[in-house]
Design a binder for this molecule. Structure first.
Ligand code: SF4
Length: 569
């Protein structure tokens, strides 16, 4: 990976230039955040021409390091009004790396709906008016018809075109399912630039050169053996992330009834065990599916209906928690259908799930009414008043309906873990530069760390700080976080991982490399946010988490503001 592809949409021109020193040895989130910090005015309108949308494969992309094909997408967010990175699996990151592209930077705004194709000859612009108001499935199918089955497609649905703040960006898996970079309204940024899709074709390209091959081969082997031997790998392979439904419900921390309860009576019916059994029994159902080449864990699934028609891939914990437990819906077929509609319209299931729960709290529809909730999601693409409200996410919906119990930080809906039980995760929600986002540092209990009490009122800041730095580094490498969890329990795996990076960059890296890298990324992001007008007051959880005891534990979020402020110096 050695070049930056800059695309000026207003003049339909582009250039491919070597990576300048200031962006050297970065990838993924570290690179998207560095480019935003250096090139985007912090006070710009997120949907204006001055904002830039950046796509960056991680440092490890294109290599044989397992699970290393996450694609980071970054911009100033129209939801959080802060710096944003969301990432997705799929095929695009490995392909960009094989094309020698370390980042694609979209600048300015096109006048007409535009599609882009990146291949070894460079870039082609072509009109996309025929795909306007079409869903993501149609975009993918039509690009496969024109360009063949081996391309990857990055696209937005109707939600991005409508500039909804819950709009995400889809990246295709090798078998052409959309994987969402869901959070923060980045689909709206792509829509504001009038770019409907990007096709990536790496035909005729070879993987990037690894400088120190001997070190690389040995480190990849040891790292792969380590992560596949971790007990987590077997559970994820069989049950996927839905296995968390049972575990988090047992802890009394699953987001339930708009975060008013920590246990959901219908949890068993949306659990990983239930879903795995269902998919075993259904034609074409698949557990242990991979979202990218080189994945050795296979946590994804293909959810089919009783007739064997594919509904969605993959159905994940966050969707089950936010569209299921949080809305009191225990019908997994309905949740999968809501997920499928969100994937086609290009929406974040978490912020949309949070919005529907708020609408239920306001009495717009009854708790647990799956068919009405599904209809509400359909209304988003129909552009009704209700659909536009829900498609703008949890906070906007609450403001429209006069609901004040809004589970958001920096305007972004929380993930499916209640911070009154998982207080380290609560500290991450409050203080991450990204807004409430579990992937920035989810502090779950672990048998490997029995002394950690996730519900203690103090001592959470150092845990969150460590995890925020660690996962900012992981996002910079482009590694899937499920491959990044075993090294937290098995420190020797961190060494093998760092050796992989060292061999690719041909640089000797110190033991603290990941902490140094992640700390630097967090610092740059917070500096941008400060210049954009965010301060300590934005590093807080909503007041109801402090005042309302959670059923059944009775816990409140009682980590002090001083402790929150100690996470980032
Ligand atoms: S473990 Fe899951 S999320 Fe990670 S690369 Fe594999 S399928 Fe994708």
């Amino acid at each position: 990976m050695a070049n930056i592809l800059r695309i000026r949409l207003d003049t339909k021109t582009y250039d491919i230039t070597p990576v300048p020193d200031k962006y050297r040895n970065l990838g993924g989130r570290g690179l998207t955040s560095r480019i935003i910090s250096q090139e985007v005015p912090p006070d710009c309108h997120p949907l204006g021409a001055d904002n830039k949308l950046i796509f960056a494969p991680g440092i490890l992309a294109g290599s044989s390091v397992p699970n290393s094909g996450r694609l980071s997408i970054g911009a100033k967010s129209p939801l959080t009004k802060a710096i944003k990175e969301a990432n997705a699996g799929g095929a695009a990151a490995h392909m960009l790396a094989r094309l020698g592209i370390q980042a694609v930077v979209l600048e300015g705004c096109a006048e007409q709906w535009t599609a882009l194709k990146i291949d070894k000859t460079g870039l082609t612009f072509f009109p996309a008016a025929a795909l306007q108001a079409k869903g993501i499935k149609t975009c993918i199918d039509s690009m496969r018809e024109i360009h063949g089955d081996s391309v990857s497609v990055i696209s937005i649905g109707q939600a991005g075109e409508m500039a909804l703040t819950a709009a995400g960006i889809a990246v295709t898996s090798p078998d052409h399912f959309p994987r969402m970079a869901a959070r923060g309204g980045l689909g709206a940024v792509m829509g504001s630039k009038k770019v409907k899709l990007i096709v990536i074709d790496d035909a005729g390209c070879t993987p990037p050169e690894v400088k120190n091959k001997a070190l690389f081969m040995a480190s990849v082997k040891a790292f792969t053996q380590g992560i596949t031997s971790h007990p987590l790998a077997g559970g994820l392979k069989r049950f996927g992330t839905p296995m968390l439904v049972g575990l988090i419900n047992e802890l009394g921390a699953i987001s339930t009834k708009n975060y008013s309860q920590g246990k959901f009576a219908g949890a068993e019916k949306i659990s990983g065990e239930y879903i795995a059994g269902l998919l075993d029994s259904r034609p074409n159902g698949e557990n242990s599916h991979r979202c990218m080449k080189g994945c050795v864990i296979s946590c994804s699934n293909i959810y089919t209906d009783a007739a064997g028609e594919v509904v969605v891939s993959g159905l994940e914990y966050e969707t089950l928690a936010l569209m299921g437990a949080n809305c009191m819906i225990d019908d997994v077929d309905i949740i999968a259908a809501m997920n499928a509609v969100c994937n086609d319209f290009g929406l974040d299931t978490m912020d949309v799930g949070g919005a529907i729960a708020v609408a239920m709290e306001a009495g717009v529809l009854p708790w647990g009414d799956g068919p009405k909730a599904l209809q509400m999601v359909f209304e988003i693409a129909e552009d009704t008043k209700m659909g536009r409200m829900i498609g703008n996410g949890c906070k906007h919906t609450g403001e429209q309906l006069g609901i004040t119990r809004l589970p958001v930080v920096k305007s972004q809906c929380l993930s499916g873990y209640d911070p009154r039980v998982l207080k380290g995760t609560g500290v991450t929600y409050a203080t991450s530069p990204m807004g409430a986002d579990h992937t920035c540092g989810n502090a779950l209990p672990s048998p490997a760390n029995p002394s950690y009490d996730p519900s203690a009122a103090s001592g959470q800041a150092p845990v969150s700080q460590f995890l925020q730095r660690y996962f900012a580094a992981i996002d910079t490498l482009g590694l899937c976080l499920f491959a990044a969890l075993p090294p937290l329990d098995m420190p020797e795996l961190q060494k093998h991982l760092i050796d992989c990076v060292s061999a690719i960059l041909d640089e000797s890296l110190e033991e603290q490399y990941l902490m140094r890298l992640g700390g630097m990324v967090n610092e740059e992001e917070r500096k941008f946010n400060k210049a954009a007008g965010l301060g300590r007051q934005d590093d807080r959880l909503p007041a109801f988490f402090k005042s309302e005891p959670l059923w059944p534990s009775g816990n409140r979020f009682d980590v002090s503001n001083d402790e929150l402020d100690s996470v980032h110096n």
